[in-house]
Design a protein around this ligand. Structure first.
Ligand SMILES: CC(C)(COP(=O)(O)OP(=O)(O)OC[C@H]1O[C@@H](n2cnc3c(N)ncnc32)[C@H](O)[C@@H]1OP(=O)(O)O)[C@@H](O)C(=O)NCCC(=O)NCCS
Length: 201
């Protein structure tokens, strides 16, 4: 029986074939030219309500965009991809997504997403997040992909439910944010569940 880490994984460093295309979206590396589009939502308090950061002023968004622009390749566990999500038809940057390769040994990863509320309600975030699951399960051969969220973040929970991820944990008051105790919720999906969802089992 092979150990999990001995199973097929792509050779490292691993850079996705950009842009990652979905039906309506291109996921591509962030560039400095994306500053204005990203700052537009990073500065909005309602966007950052359940995040660990923000709202960002211009300097903070410039720093954030600069960091994101470097996160295009996975070299070792802990590395992160941060990608702009562009509606192909209009060329509009509608949000950005994060993929973290958390463990080689345990073949684990995580996903995250922040979208411009002006482009909410079209399923763009769900479509982009699904592309990250595909990347993790089909390219990186991960066994499990997780997402963590503030227990009050129903928009994010609804998105994860749409993806077919399972609500695995509800941690009571495990964080103290902005002067109050808050719950954290954990969703996850296994590779075999992804394959079943794709009709491959
Ligand atoms: C979490 C977040 C990305 C969800 O955004 P969203 O717009 O609700 O998600 P989607 O883009 O997938 O759109 C889903 C909506 O579009 C609708 N929709 C329309 N066409 C759709 C399609 N083709 N596919 C899926 N949904 C579609 C859905 O019914 C849903 O509508 P509803 O909100 O009335 O239920 C957004 O609220 C956000 O960026 N929040 C701030 C940052 C944040 O908290 N990030 C998560 C940290 S854990």
């Amino acid at each position: 029986m092979p150990t999990p880490s001995a199973l097929t994984t792509p050779s490292l460093p691993y850079t996705p074939d950009y842009p990652i295309r979905t039906e309506r979206l291109d996921l591509r590396p962030v560039t400095h030219d994306d500053f204005a589009a990203i700052h537009t939502y990073q500065r909005r308090p309602e966007v950052c309500r359940y995040l660990y950061w923000g709202p960002f002023d211009e300097a903070e968004s410039r720093a954030s965009v600069a960091t994101k622009s470097t996160r295009t390749t996975l070299r070792e566990p802990g590395d992160i991809l941060q990608l702009a999500v562009v509606a192909r038809e209009t060329g509009t940057l509608v949000g950005d997504v994060t993929f973290v390769w958390t463990s080689r040994e345990h073949r684990q990863g995580g996903i995250g997403y922040v979208f411009n509320p002006d482009h909410a309600g079209h399923g763009y975030a769900t479509e982009a997040a699904r592309a990250l699951l595909k990347l993790g399960f089909e390219e990186l051969q991960l066994h499990r992909i997780q997402a963590e969220l503030d227990g009050r973040n129903t928009a994010s929970a609804n998105l994860l439910e749409r993806l077919g991820m399972r609500r695995e944990g509800h941690l009571r008051e495990n964080e103290f944010l902005d002067g109050e105790w808050t719950d954290e919720v954990v969703y996850a999906m296994l590779a075999r569940e992804w394959r079943a969802q794709r009709g491959e089992l």
